[in-house]
Design a protein around this ligand. Structure first.
Ligand SMILES: NC(=O)c1ccc[n+]([C@@H]2O[C@H](COP(=O)([O-])OP(=O)(O)OC[C@H]3O[C@@H](n4cnc5c(N)ncnc54)[C@H](O)[C@@H]3O)[C@@H](O)[C@H]2O)c1
Length: 286
């Protein structure tokens, strides 16, 4: 069994900053957060400070525990140097294959020979990156959900060459930071959650496009009939229509599922991306 003590998170954006924070909150690891963009580590620290302050205000965390967690995250602009001191690396850089490929090449060259290398990608399966590291048996996906400090789940995905010991260590790591792991035994586009979410969202779009029901009523039906906290259209508006549209296009390019529906394409092209632009399937007045 791998003994994991030092964790490096690469990419201090939306996901990476919170993966580092959740890891630090466990109090079990030395955590380093790396980013290549000037000022990003400072922004991540400010965001994590706000998150922790809110938890303290709500009485979920003591002031001491919050400042201990924040203080235990080391920042780094030097990926190669930080990789050399990590037992587990979780990559959470932008969803761009070329960028991820370059990061995995660097990790393969500089991380200790037993270090586990995981990707938080939502759509790039580990088999596409693992061979660049020269140690595909030590690579897997660890797909956390946003916001990491709230969402319990992490999908661990076994690539065709991932060793059993790597899977076990990844699952155990997720448990140790108080998240719930599930294992995808074989790679498949979208893993588990996004496949099920896509199936439901596509069906909702078909019903709307076919004029069978309004977006409002479809959401009410799903909320009240299936007990989902949010209907599919409110959820699409919340996560951003551009994100869903891009993911559907990507899935189609990879030979899976239908192309994005016309209704969605039109909304995205008109710049109606959901909550963040004030309009999607519903209106969000400022
Ligand atoms: N946002 C979500 O809801 C979500 C959910 C699950 C998984 N993911 C996945 O997590 C990953 C990150 O997504 P995000 O939303 O946090 O993106 P983001 O754009 O918020 O953050 C990406 C970070 O990576 C940094 N970066 C870019 N190139 C780098 C490099 N070469 N070395 C180091 N840092 C680099 C950027 O400066 C940025 O801070 C993606 O693969 C995405 O698919 C995102």
């Amino acid at each position: 069994m791998h003994e994991l003590k030092r964790v490096l998170v690469v990419g201090a954006g939306t996901m990476g900053s919170q993966i580092a924070l959740q890891t630090a909150l466990s109090g079990r690891y030395e955590v380093t957060l790396a980013d290549s963009v000037e000022g990003q580590l400072e922004r991540a620290r400010a965001q994590n400070t706000r998150l922790l302050d809110r938890s303290v205000e709500k009485g979920r965390l003591t002031k001491e525990a919050a400042s201990k967690a924040l203080g235990s995250i080391k920042d780094s602009n030097d990926l190669a140097g930080a990789a050399a001191h990590a037992d587990l690396v979780i990559e959470a850089v932008v969803e761009d294959f070329d960028v991820k490929q370059a990061v995995f090449k660097t990790l393969g060259r500089h991380a200790g020979k037993d270090a586990i290398l995981a990707s938080n990608s939502s759509t790039i399966a580990i088999s596409r990156l693992a061979d660049f590291t020269g140690r595909p048996e030590l690579c897997c996906n660890m797909h956390f959900f946003h916001p990491v400090t709230v969402m319990q789940l992490c999908e661990v995905v076994r690539g065709p060459k991932t060793a059993e010991a790597t899977v076990e260590a990844a699952m155990e790591f997720v448990r140790s930071i108080d998240r719930t792991p599930v294992l995808l035994q074989k790679e498949i586009w979208g893993f588990i959650v996004n496949r099920i979410l896509f199936a439901a969202s596509e069906e909702a779009l078909r019903l709307l496009e076919g004029g069978y029901a309004s977006a409002e009523d479809i959401d009410t039906a799903v909320q009240k009939g299936l007990n989902w906290p949010m209907g599919p259209f409110h959820l699409l508006d919340f996560s951003g229509l551009d994100i869903f549209y891009g993911a559907m296009k990507d899935r189609h390019r990879q030979g899976e599922g239908a192309d994005a529906p016309e209704l969605l394409r039109k909304l995205v092209e008109e710049g109606h991306l959901g909550r963040k632009t004030g309009k999607g399937f519903f209106d969000y007045p400022k």
